[in-house]
Design a protein around this ligand. Structure first.
Ligand code: AMO
Length: 428
């Protein structure tokens, strides 16, 4: 059996198999477009006994065939079927149009039929790019000496604090779904110094927006012996530059299919503004009163991205020292929090920062956040047994894919999205 990309002109019959993605019926002759994961090829079917077999079949049918290879009028190899076997017949029209250039159905309809809809060329392009992002991230982090880890998703209590927690029945007891890998990636810094991973995060947030999911994925990173926040910014920026370079080199066809322009990356380092400086920009340039703010609004994030584009020709901007910090965020003697958000194009795509590495401080911070240190005893214990200065970030995979692929809804860049109205793409 030959893969499609291996098919070249030759005298002998070849055997191949694949999926019919287009069928053109000209009466006494059929033209099929046959595809497998390596590409597609035109098949000419003329023999009457083979035409009968294909008569009532729809695209998506799986066939195997033996054929002669000839040159097509456009100078490409073309198959002339000699015998043909139907492996998996499709006898009805799917609920979504898979052959159209653009996806025609609205998002609700697309998600209703997600399993089939993912076969559309545009969707395939999105998830090819996503796979490339992961490949590049893994490559970058491995080269940095980080060890890849998988952290638990079933937890006894919270990992980020706050109320956005899913509780699950766990036999006679209650467990929660991880909001992030936060505590476990910190624990693993005590083991390997440098770690990274892809982790699921579950957020019980009633946010029906185009950038929120209830089940998301984060590119996680945690690094020991940091010199300060700068170390995190440096590695995050380098990781993103590596990802973009690889995607733009290896996914040119997909980027064209998606009509996605490259994100703007400045020659110099990404512009970096403290929260205070960012608020100044918002007030002076956009006339926004930020006096009572401890965090950026969605609109402010958008405006700062616009500012970065106009001022630095950059789709990326770091905002540091944001007053609203997680309970594990490091605070200096002046009470300034050493954290950072990365904004891209129009929204936050990652959060990170230096972490508290002192047992007593962390215990107090947990209590100040209204939580019980007993629920964090395993995590807290590492700070009694030697922990270096450390920090890291969590970068939303679906948001990054959305911005690279020029999609306007995060559900389009999630295979089976969950949100307040659906679970794994199925409406509740
Ligand atoms: P945070 O909660 O800001 O930080 O999440 C980090 C990044 O994950 C993505 N993200 C989401 N994407 C879609 N839907 C959601 N509901 C959602 N929530 C988060 C975003 C966001 O920027 N532990 C820290 C990270 C760290 O400090 O290392 C954390 O989880 O892109």
């Amino acid at each position: 059996m030959k893969l499609i990309k291996e098919i070249k002109e030759q005298k002998e019959l070849i055997q191949t198999q694949g999926r019919i993605i287009k069928k053109r019926d000209l009466g006494k002759i059929f033209f099929l477009e046959l595809s497998d994961f390596t590409g597609s090829i035109q098949v000419v079917v003329e023999k009457p006994e083979l035409l009968t077999k294909l008569q009532d079949l729809h695209p998506e049918t799986i066939i195997s065939l033996s054929a002669l290879v000839k040159k097509s009028p456009s100078d490409k190899p073309e198959l002339h079927a000699q015998s043909l076997e139907i492996i998996s017949a499709v006898e009805e029209v799917p609920d979504l149009e898979l052959q159209s250039k653009e996806i025609k159905e609205n998002l609700d309809t697309q998600l209703k039929h997600r399993a089939i809809g993912l076969r559309h060329k545009k969707n395939k392009a999105i998830f090819k790019v996503q796979a490339k992002i992961l490949e590049a991230y893994r490559e970058f982090m491995t080269n940095l000496g980080c060890t890849e880890i998988f952290t638990p998703l079933l937890l006894a209590s919270s990992s980020e604090g706050g109320a956005e927690i899913f509780h699950v029945d766990y036999f006679e007891k209650q467990a929660t779904l991880a909001q992030s890998a936060q505590l476990y990636k910190q624990i693993m810094v005590g083991v390997f110094d440098r770690v990274f991973g892809l982790s699921k995060c579950f957020r019980a947030e009633l946010s029906n927006t185009r950038r929120h999911l209830t089940e998301g994925s984060q590119l996680e990173f945690e690094f020991g012996y940091i010199e300060g926040l700068e170390t995190i910014l440096k590695h995050e920026e380098a990781a993103l530059r590596h990802i973009l370079k690889k995607v733009y080199k290896d996914c040119q066809v997909e980027m064209q299919t998606l009509k996605a322009q490259e994100l703007m990356v400045p020659k110099e380092t990404f512009p970096t503004y403290s929260f205070k400086e960012a608020c100044q920009v918002l007030t002076e340039k956009f006339n926004i009163d930020t006096l009572e703010w401890d965090d950026l609004s969605t609109e402010a994030e958008k405006l700062l991205c616009q500012y970065a584009r106009e001022t630095y020709k950059s789709d990326f901007i770091f905002i540091t020292h944001i007053p609203k910090g997680a309970f594990y965020a490091f605070r200096d003697d002046n009470g300034i929090i050493h954290n950072v958000d990365l904004l891209c194009k129009e929204m936050e795509i990652s959060s990170g920062g230096r972490r508290i590495d002192d047992y007593d401080q962390l215990r107090m911070s947990i209590m100040a956040a209204g939580m019980d240190p007993k629920d964090f005893s395993e995590y807290l214990s590492i700070f009694k047994f030697g922990m270096p200065a450390h920090g890291g970030f969590g970068l939303g995979l679906e948001r990054l894919t959305m911005l690279i692929c020029n999609q306007d809804n995060i559900r389009q860049t999630t295979l089976f999205p969950s949100d307040p109205k659906r679970v794994a793409s199925q409406q509740l």
